[in-house]
Design a protein around this ligand. Sequence first.
Ligand SMILES: [Fe+2]
Length: 260
Amino acid sequence: MGLMGQIREYQTPKGAVALWWFGQNGYILKSAEGTLAGVDLYLTDSCAAAYPEVDLHRKIPALIEPEDLELDIFACTHNHQDHTDPETIGRLRNKDTFRFLGPAPSCTVYRQQHVEEGRITTTYPDFQGEFADLRVTGTFALPTDDSDLNHMGFVFQFGKGPKIYVTGDTDYHELLSATRKHEPDVMITCINGGYNNLSHWEAAKLAAEIKPKVAIPCHYDLFPDNCCDPKQFRAALTVAAPSVLYQEMTYGEPLLVSLA
Ligand SMILES: [Fe+2]
């Protein structure tokens, strides 16, 4: 059975959320009710051809083919190709049943890839929306360059379960700490420092301000020309945010997060 089949069969216990990582900023979240939400799923190698001046050939294979994705919610944090990937979106076989979320430039890509208008919801910092048992809150993110000035992050919460904060790509800014008011239990954060993203030290500083129970590093692994060692983040957390637990994820394996 492929990974999508395994995810569909997986039973998330009540009050918990299960997470799967697909490299870079790509995750699938599953609730006890069976709702499936994906964020920033980059499941092709399209960046390699789009940016030949740097080495952006993916280092790990796409664990699910876009055609096989079965989700309820497909969200993107901003319109960079490693997050909103026209090829991934264009190849979705089941897009007639998904709800698509993202800032306006990502919504333009959805439309270009023939997603029905009625399936698209434009999101923004401080957005609030409910989709089945999933509550989605938009958070602030600072653009990393002027190729897209509409970055954002998300807090996802199923029912009264744990709140999962995904920073998205962001430069450091004191306003990021405003996400503290949503009291996320888990913070999934970029740590690579490259292309003006949070460095491992800035991500640890942000964790100290936001005070999640757990911090998960991402966006350090997929492209040869944009990699770093997540252990730098672990060390930085130890110094800057010692009460925050470091959690590294393994591709294709569920991580169960519960409030207990
Ligand atoms: Fe990125």
